[in-house]
Design a protein around this ligand. Structure first.
Ligand SMILES: [Mn+2]
Length: 274
């Protein structure tokens, strides 16, 4: 019986199957956690979603920025404008699409398991948020996403502002800050403001004072193992104790990684394109 947390798949269904073979994964005994960005960019988003959905309670997925983007395309009906060359075309054309999109919209932004004391999120958590705050903020988004008011969320979720929460932050801006933190965050400025890359502006890494979000002292209980994906350039390396980086760039022909929660061992397969 094992629980494996797996990094960003991004529609790389074949590589996921290779990894599961490598792990001798048995659905009757083992559980899979997915750190988000299940789909998009890679070739088999449809197959990936169908497979993960049928695992039912033997899987846990948190939503990543690409998953939210796909939900946005579906629920705003923008997907109807997508042409054959788009990687998500087969998913949107499939007769299971509505079911898959409703399933996806019911997945959380954050997953905490008290038995193993592990928290999983796609990008990261703001250093000033403890576990209760994280769960409360995630719940706000999840509730909206699962309601018929989700169009309000899709209309307002894009953008790089606000960089910080203040007592003046509007509820809508606060929701965007939560989404940006949980699904897009990489670097923070010295005052812990979010540095989300904007088109035409210098890349956050050009700002000298910036540091990865996990380099700041965290309010989250340090005994909680924090699992995250999203940042392939880290190549799975995070220097902070009890924080595991899981995105190892499968879709870029690098590796796909599973972290076994019980043994704390990392398992990796090579995704070099043949
Ligand atoms: Mn991502």
């Amino acid at each position: 019986m094992a629980t494996y947390a797996i990094g960003d798949i991004q529609g790389c269904f074949d590589e996921l199957q290779q990894l599961l073979n490598h792990l001798n994964f048995e659905p009757a005994k083992d559980t899979l956690w997915f750190a988000g960005d299940l789909i998009n960019r890679g070739p088999k988003s449809l197959e990936t979603l169908c497979f993960i959905k049928q695992l039912a309670n033997k899987q846990v997925s948190v939503l990543g920025n690409h998953d939210l983007h796909c939900l946005n395309l579906y629920f705003t009906k923008e997907y109807k404008k997508i042409t054959k060359s788009h990687v998500l075309y087969p998913l949107f054309q499939n007769n299971q699409c509505a079911e898959l999109m409703h399933w996806l919209s019911n997945q959380p932004l954050l997953h905490y398991d008290s038995q193993v004391n592990c928290l999983m999120v796609h990008a990261g958590i703001p250093p000033d948020w403890d576990l209760a705050t994280c769960l409360k903020k995630a719940k706000e988004i999840e509730t909206l996403l699962q309601s018929d008011k989700r169009s309000y969320l899709f209309k307002n979720m894009y953008g790089s502002e606000p960089k910080k929460l203040t007592h003046n932050t509007s509820p809508t801006d606060s929701l965007r800050f939560t989404i940006n933190s949980f699904t897009r965050m990489r670097l923070l400025d010295a005052d812990k403001s979010l540095l989300i890359k904007e088109k035409g502006k210098p890349k956050p890494k050009d700002i000298k004072s910036s540091k990865p979000w996990f380099s700041f002292p965290r309010k989250l209980d340090k005994n909680i193992t924090l699992l995250f994906g999203h940042w392939a350039a880290l190549e799975g390396k995070c220097p902070i104790k009890n924080i595991e980086a899981l995105d190892t760039g499968c879709v870029w022909g690098k590796n796909l990684t599973a972290y076994c929660i019980e043994t704390k061992q990392r398992h990796c397969i090579n995704c070099h394109k043949k």
